[in-house]
Design a protein around this ligand. Structure first.
Ligand code: HEM
Length: 469
């Protein structure tokens, strides 16, 4: 097998300029047209990054063991954010056990307990909107998601503080996580100093919550939140429970992992569903909610006066039209646009056209999620918003095998919060569609590519009017 074609010198500079000018999707597609679906960018021969475009060349990246392709020290930048007791700051064995804790507390079966708490937060939050008005949707959704995170992950003790100090502290963590931070996480910049201060303060607040829960004598029967489930978790190797510091580190990480990913996705849903060209998709989503509300009214015989709230876990499972809208937004705007790994041994990939390339140990390897999601041999008319592409009979994401839809990554390091994310977004959007007529009054937003998790650029202004019961 051959070495992949190389992008270097002036061509590499032109590529970097194109990324800055046109965004990563256009720039990557242009390179793919020129060089094919596997190519290496070489920075003075010192740093070699091999791009893998498309599901056909992605299986080793996602499925090979850490001994062959690993996260290496590429995630060092998370250590000042999550602290010294968890994730990439600890040895691989402890990290794997901690990953199991994430998966245990966030597994789909645990979502049942969360739906009621999420719905209560959502109803209370949007009750404040009154009958009609205009809002910045992005800001509103960020806030309600913080309240949900507070309630379902951290527990009632911290929930009360989510919109004040904790919200601002997370902003400092975010602002201390830019491109430069991924390369030089310990550079003493003002933003990094603010990040470190925010981390220390969050540690204090969350530690107080863990201690007060431990001292309260309450247990899983009174508080079924992630904090309680972490307190009850045990390491397999020696049966010990987690220390306060470990629980705090995992909680900081969970809120961080879910915050922008969910807020950006929820806002893009508004931008797409409320734009004039997607009226039929909006109508289908509203119709689905009205049918679910009518069915719930029939079931409990509450007649026409039942409020349009009251979603439960079963109703969430039945929201297939809304589910497809969320998935389509995640295809068009994956919050994590690319994943990076370090090749620890040589490996060979075969492209769709049958060419074989060997990627040598030592290369940084990048899976281009955003580009995979726009490949025309997988997705028909890939730039169009078309939730029906996931409907039975079409299922475009399955046609080319796995790795065509990668918003939650895949394989051994996939997102542990996928089910939590879908659930909270459905609770929010089902409430909005059931209770309000909404209209986007600002133009369709562009993408802010400079954020670590690209989000809608600027404000997304929406006017609303409460629907009659
Ligand atoms: C990891 C996407 C929401 C918890 C990841 C990864 C992706 C991802 C791509 C892999 C990152 C990497 O390896 O570099 C998303 C998207 C979300 C979302 C698109 C929302 C739309 C959430 C939420 C939570 C969460 C709400 C928690 C409540 C996690 C955790 C990991 C992770 C714990 C690390 C898993 C591990 O280390 O094995 N997520 N995420 N995510 N996500 Fe999410």
């Amino acid at each position: 097998a051959a070495a992949p074609p190389v992008l270097r010198g002036a061509a590499l500079v032109r590529f970097a300029r194109a990324v800055a000018r046109d965004g990563p999707l256009e720039a990557m597609r242009e390179q793919q047209d020129k060089l094919g679906s596997v190519f290496t960018a070489s920075l003075l021969g010192l740093l070699k990054v091999t791009f893998l475009v498309g599901p056909e060349v992605s299986s080793h990246f996602y499925l090979a063991p850490d001994s062959e392709i690993s996260q290496g020290n590429l995630y060092e930048f998370t250590v000042p954010i999550f602290g010294p007791d968890v994730a990439y700051a600890v040895d691989l064995h402890t990290r794997n056990e901690q990953t199991r804790f994430y998966w245990d507390v966030l597994k789909p079966r645990s979502m049942k307990a969360n739906v009621a708490a999420m719905a209560e937060e959502v109803e209370n939050y949007f009750w404040r909107w009154g009958d009609e008005g205009t809002v910045d949707l992005k800001q509103e959704l960020e806030q309600v998601l913080m309240l949900i995170a507070g309630r379902c992950l951290l527990g009632r003790e911290v929930r009360e503080r989510m919109l004040g100090e904790v919200f601002d502290l997370y902003r400092d963590l975010d602002n201390g996580t830019r491109l430069i931070s991924t390369l030089l996480p310990y550079l003493p910049t003002p933003a990094h100093r603010r990040r470190d201060r925010a981390h220390r303060r969050l540690r204090d607040i969350f530690t107080e919550a863990v201690r007060s829960r431990r001292n309260s004598g309450r247990d899983g029967s009174t508080d079924d939140d992630v904090l309680q489930r972490f307190i009850d978790s045990r390491y397999k190797i020696d049966g010990r429970p987690m220390t306060d510091a470990e629980i705090v580190g995992l909680l900081i990480a969970l809120v961080f992992a879910g915050k922008h990913t969910s807020a950006g996705t929820s806002t893009w849903i508004g931008a797409h569903l409320l734009s004039d060209s997607n009226q039929k998709h909006l109508a289908a989503a509203v119709d689905e909610q009205d049918q679910l509300t009518a069915a719930a009214r029939r079931d409990d015989g509450a007649g026409q006066h039942r409020p349009r709230g009251g979603v439960d876990h079963d109703a969430i499972q039945q929201m297939t039209a809304l589910h497809r809208c969320i998935k389509e937004v995640l295809r068009l705007h994956p919050p994590v646009v690319a994943m990076v790994r370090q090749a620890r041994s040589d490996f060979t990939v075969q492209t769709r056209e049958g060419e074989k390339y060997t990627i040598p140990a030592g290369h940084t390897v990048m899976s281009t999620i955003l580009v995979n999601h726009h490949l025309p041999h997988i997705y028909r008319d890939p730039h169009a918003f078309d939730p029906q592409r996931f409907a039975p009979g079409r299922e475009e994401d399955k046609a080319a095998g796995p790795f065509s839809f990668l918003s939650f990554s895949a394989g051994r390091h996939a997102c542990a919060g996928e089910s939590f994310a879908y659930t909270q977004i459905k609770v929010i959007w089902s409430h909005l569609l059931r209770n309000f007529e909404l209209k986007m009054v600002s133009p369709f937003p562009g993408t802010n590519w400079s954020a670590v998790v690209p989000e809608p650029k600027g404000k997304v202004i929406v006017s609303y009017r409460r629907r009659a019961n």
